[in-house]
Ligand binder design. Structure first.
Ligand SMILES: *[C@@H]1O[C@H](CO)[C@@H](O)[C@H](O)[C@H]1NC(C)=O
Ligand SMILES: *[C@@H]1O[C@H](CO)[C@@H](O)[C@H](O)[C@H]1NC(C)=O
Ligand SMILES: *[C@@H]1O[C@H](CO)[C@@H](O)[C@H](O)[C@H]1NC(C)=O
Length: 261
């Protein structure tokens, strides 16, 4: 270090920290992809990525997030539209095949002239680390099956890949961005979403149907790996509680801010 000519111990210390961090997290550049700068055009409501899954009361907008601090719980969320249906998630690990079940809760909300479907949140706990689980929602009506893999136990030098997406929206470019993430050979295992999800707020009356289309759009990734959220300025609606249910951020305080999972 001395030979580099740094005289201030602080500079050296900071540099060491930076170098250390680079080694520890093995960051690196994983892609040369750059989203184009022109204004993005939103996908029409009948776009293929917004398709409603077929079948009576079929669960849609299925997504998961981490359900505790260590990685042994997962919160499964989904929406049904014909009737509340069951809150049950049936799940089993690839190893044991012994079926377990957990019960969730249902929420609904209204915003201007929009009425939500039945929004389900269900936490499944006591999972094993580093294990593939299958899960089924829509029990009793139209069942849909998904899977996820739990993270390894927290410790030093445990390899794990996080994806990072923000400002996604629901344009043609959003679809290109998500496709790029999915096809990256480094395979993100959990996605950190840094805010500005659906951009529903750019529509008249914040057309909350655009939250539903967005939920269906991201299901293809968010149902299979945890997306961990923070909220951005586009999540600010006039009534704070509306943000919570529409963004499906499962834990919150009633008031002006979010308590993030
Ligand atoms: C709700 O209001 C919006 C904006 O005024 C309008 O475009 C839409 O058709 C209305 N929807 C219903 C279901 O009334
Ligand atoms: C979105 O991307 C997927 C590929 O990941 C493709 O199958 C689909 O047709 C695309 N949809 C639109 C509307 O661009
Ligand atoms: C949030 O607080 C307001 C005002 O105190 C209350 O009317 C509303 O029902 C609360 N909403 C929830 C989801 O608790």
């Amino acid at each position: 270090m001395g030979s580099l000519g740094f005289s201030s111990p602080l500079v050296v210390a900071v540099l060491c920290l930076v170098l250390n961090a680079a080694l520890l997290v093995n960051g690196g550049k994983t892609s040369s992809f750059i989203r184009k700068v022109e204004k993005a055009i939103d996908l029409p409501l009948d776009a293929d990525v917004f398709q409603v899954p077929p079948g009576y009361n079929a669960p849609q907008q299925v997504h998961i997030t981490q359900g505790d601090l260590v990685g042994k719980a997962v919160i499964v969320s989904w929406v049904t539209v014909d009737e509340p249906g069951t809150n049950t998630v049936v799940y089993w690990s690839e190893n044991s095949k012994q079926k377990e079940q957990a019960e969730g809760k249902i929420y609904t909300y209204k915003y201007y002239n929009y009425t939500s479907g039945y929004i389900h949140h269900c936490t499944i706990r006591h999972l094993e680390f580093n294990t593939k689980y299958y899960y089924v929602v829509g029990i009793g009506h139209t069942e849909r099956q998904f899977w996820f893999v739990t993270p390894p136990e927290v410790g030093p030098d445990v390899p794990y890949s996080f994806g990072l997406i923000g400002d996604l929206g629901q344009s043609y470019d959003s679809n290109v961005t998500l496709t790029h993430y999915e096809r990256n050979p480094r395979k993100g295992q959990t996605l950190l979403f840094v805010g500005d999800l659906s951009y529903a707020d750019i529509y008249p009356c914040h057309d909350n149907n655009r939250w539903d289309t967005w939920g269906r759009f991201v299901e293809r990734s968010a149902a299979y790996q945890p997306w961990i959220w923070t909220a951005g300025n586009h999540e600010i609606d006039f009534y704070p509680e509306i943000l919570i249910v529409t963004a499906s951020l499962p834990t919150y305080e009633n008031g002006s801010h979010l308590r993030l999972p």
